[in-house]
Design a protein around this ligand. Structure first.
Ligand code: ZN
Length: 151
């Protein structure tokens, strides 16, 4: 018997950084907020058919805390924002030195970093991550590029 798989899949994309620079109450970093567009697609047999819903999230570009916005709000804020001067580069590090190979059942020696390309500041956002955690971060924040360095 053939099983036909129908469902939805979420594609995320970082639309950009907009609005004024504000200090984040959680991580105390002052940046423009990141706007992430989530497009929910209906799929059949894992082939996307059509978008069924769009959602926007506005988040601190460093720690990732934020809120969901109504589409109208998001579009208004994104069009009014002076997309000035902010360049953040996310990347991951894999701490292989700490890893006795074969002894650990779960490798959680990954770290998530963000580099401010203008000031040169490098910020450690999260550590003790697994590869799966990294994938989730990449998806939640809509990163296109997320280079991994091994140290
Ligand atoms: Zn923050």
């Amino acid at each position: 018997m053939a099983v036909i798989v129908y469902g939805t899949h979420v594609f995320t994309k970082l639309a950009g950084y907009f609005g004024p620079k504000e200090e984040c109450p959680f991580c105390q970093k002052t940046y423009q907020k990141g706007y992430v567009k989530n497009t929910i697609w209906a799929h059949l047999e894992y082939i996307p058919l059509f978008p069924v819903k769009i959602k926007y999230f506005k988040m601190c570009p460093v720690c990732g805390r934020g809120v969901e916005l109504k589409n109208k709000e998001a579009k208004a804020e994104m069009s009014s924002g002076d997309g000035c001067c902010q360049e953040l580069q996310p990347y991951a590090k894999h701490i292989t030195a700490n890893k006795p190979s074969g002894l650990m059942s779960k490798d959680n020696s990954y770290q998530f970093w963000i580099k401010d390309a203008l000031s040169g500041e490098e910020m450690l956002v999260a550590s003790e991550l697994t590869r799966k955690d990294l994938k989730q971060i990449k998806k939640a924040r809509g990163y296109k590029k997320f280079p991994l360095t091994t140290i």
